[in-house]
Ligand binder design. Structure first.
Ligand SMILES: C[S@@+](CC[C@H](N)C(=O)[O-])C[C@H]1O[C@@H](n2cnc3c(N)ncnc32)[C@H](O)[C@@H]1O
Length: 271
């Protein structure tokens, strides 16, 4: 797996106002990211070691971000908190990194003592945050784990101030659809990614890092319409594939041009 993704190449102390979120340790749902073996495997991925610079989609995502100084930022599914720390370094005023996994949050906390970042253990399925509190909601590769995307996006819309932005990446529907995702040798000599199950939305379970990982497949139409029905105005949609420059720097990414692995979205709550 060149970029470490499943089936890819051969793969807050809190601050501010509003209702108190549940404290760390109170989240009830289990997270695969708390499984010791899975956590060890995930910790070894390039993006886990090198952070944003190890994530090939980061340069594209970065162009979707507003100027950061002074912003109140919510990172949904923050993992090791790379974006939280970057946001503060770029001038964000307050950042909340939210994640369900105690292990992921533990690693995030260990990497900074910045009092401008609060870590919050909570489920994306029920955001425990006050309305109109954030200028920017960011989420990298977490939304495809959530069954009730409509409920999540309604909650994100609610916690953003009018005019607030959402920038998110998620696994692309072409990537999530197949029952047995993976590259196959094509008879023309290259590689292809057999696509089946596209129209059958719902749960997918894939083997990744020695664990059975459950995620949700939705068509592109469903994803975009869910965003629109939540009240967002869509600003940008991108079927991410690596640039020539990225491939020159990391030749193992070349295969990723054959189909999109990630979907990048930018939207805002109308003012
Ligand atoms: C692929 S990792 C991405 C981490 C980080 N955003 C990044 O890009 O480096 C997905 C993260 O989403 C979190 N996550 C998955 N389902 C969640 C849920 N229902 N509520 C909160 N966090 C969740 C996981 O614990 C994990 O940290």
């Amino acid at each position: 797996m060149a970029n470490g993704w499943p089936g890819s190449t051969p793969g807050c102390r809190r601050s501010g106002s509003g209702p108190e979120p549940r404290r760390e340790g109170e989240a009830k749902a289990a997270s695969i990211y708390d499984d010791p073996g899975f956590f060890a495997g995930y910790s070894a991925l390039p993006r886990s070691v090198a952070g944003l610079e190890g994530a090939p989609e980061w340069p594209a995502l970065r162009t979707l971000l507003p100027p950061m100084p002074g912003l109140r930022v919510l990172d949904l599914g923050c993992g090791f908190g790379w974006f939280c720390r970057w946001a503060r370094g770029a001038g964000a005023g307050q950042v909340i990194g939210l994640d369900l996994s105690a292990r992921m949050l533990g690693r995030a906390r260990a990497m900074t003592d910045d009092p401008g970042i609060a870590w919050l253990r909570a489920d994306l399925a029920g955001l425990p945050l006050a309305p109109a509190r954030f200028d920017l909601a960011w989420s990298s590769l977490a939304f495809h784990y959530v069954k009730d995307l409509a409920g999540l996006l309604a909650a994100v819309h609610r916690v953003l101030r009018p005019g607030g932005r959402l920038v998110a990446s998620l696994e692309h529907p072409v990537f999530t659809a197949p029952r047995r995702p993976g590259w196959r040798q094509a008879d023309f000599g290259g590689w292809h990614w057999p696509l089946d199950g596209y129209g059958q939305e719902g749960q997918r379970a894939v083997d990744w890092l020695g664990a059975r990982v459950v995620k949700q497949h939705r068509t592109l139409g469903t994803l975009l319409n869910t965003l629109l029905r939540a009240g967002f105005v869509l600003d940008h949609v991108e079927d991410w594939v690596p640039t020539e420059a990225a491939i020159a720097a990391r030749p193992e990414l070349a295969k990723e041009r054959e189909r999109p692995i990630f979907l990048l979205l930018a939207a805002h709550r109308p003012g």
